[in-house]
Design a protein. Structure first.
Length: 295
């Protein structure tokens, strides 16, 4: 009787442990998943502790000259965006714009185009614009001077000699305290310019081709700085066109030691990958434990 009771107790404890095992495995799995999730969250938090101060924007629409309200207005992009596009197609004309932060050599490319219809009124103006703000960090060991070469390709046709043209602005601003803002009037007042802005324009009655220019800035090791670029096209009156879809773009004369801010850090990407691998391993271990327990 005593042996029978002892055997029954052993079997009961075995059943209790077996029934408890799935709960333990599930709890451990949940703990591991929660830990890994926290790790991943911390990785992204440390990788980008503040809102991004870089971005791409485009807009387009039309208005009555001078200074009338905007109509059929379209907008795309903003801070933290690497690509923005806008397309306009209405009774005044057609147009489009594009801003790509990671273009050639991971540097911004801007495109814009505006063309009015034959029936557009002399006081109607179509516009399409693109902006790019990109951050950089100089990783060199000694102070140096960086040169940024800019090229603008486009054409302008304005039979009535109205306000039709292509306008561009390129500038470098210091990093500390920088705040994202595509309005260069306020940006240049509130931020520190590292060099005089570069303006490249086409605003003649008929003009086409390419224009080039350059900016040079002095930087020290570890310095963060920002590139601001604006490309705007306007076409006023009938049959006017401003085409800068041949692009506004630039390049550093030597970019070997210039780190682009909008491109993820390799370390952050590696940590995120390790977190995903750890989660996969945890799932496999949990599955094997269930199989081994006979459940």
């Amino acid at each position: 009787m005593v042996c029978s009771q002892a055997s029954s107790d052993v079997q009961g404890r075995q059943l209790s442990r077996r029934s408890l095992r799935p709960q333990v495995i599930t709890s451990l799995g949940n703990i591991m998943r929660a830990t890994i999730a926290c790790l991943l969250c911390s990785v992204y938090t440390f990788a980008d502790p503040v809102p991004p101060q870089w971005g791409a924007e485009t807009d387009g629409g039309w208005f009555y000259v001078p200074g009338g309200s905007e109509y059929d207005y379209h907008f795309d992009g903003g801070a933290g965006t690497t690509l923005a596009t806008t397309t306009i197609d209405n009774e005044v004309g057609v147009g489009k714009s594009l801003s790509l932060l990671r273009g050639e050599n991971r540097l911004p490319i801007l495109k814009a185009q505006s063309a009015t219809s034959p029936t557009a009124a002399a006081t109607q103006e179509l516009f399409n614009s693109a902006w790019a703000i990109e951050g950089f960090r100089y990783s060199g060991a000694t102070p140096t001077q960086l040169t940024y070469n800019v090229s603008l390709t486009g054409s302008v046709s304005d039979p009535a000699a109205n306000d039709t043209g292509i306008y561009s602005v390129t500038a470098f601003l210091d990093g500390p305290g920088f705040g994202y803002d595509v309005n260069y009037h306020s940006l240049f007042i509130n931020e520190v310019l590292l060099a005089s802005p570069l303006f490249l324009d086409f605003n003649d009655t008929v003009n086409n081709g390419s224009k080039v220019g350059s900016l040079s800035i002095n930087v020290v090791p570890g310095q963060v700085f920002y590139l601001y670029q604006l490309l705007a096209t306007t076409a006023q009156g009938p049959n006017a066109a401003a085409d800068a879809y041949g692009t506004l773009k630039g390049s550093f004369a030597d970019d070997a030691q210039v780190q682009v801010m909008s491109v993820p850090e390799p370390a952050a990407g590696l940590l995120a990958f390790c977190g995903m691998v750890a989660l996969s391993v945890a799932r496999r271990c949990s599955r094997r434990a269930r199989i081994g327990s006979g459940l």
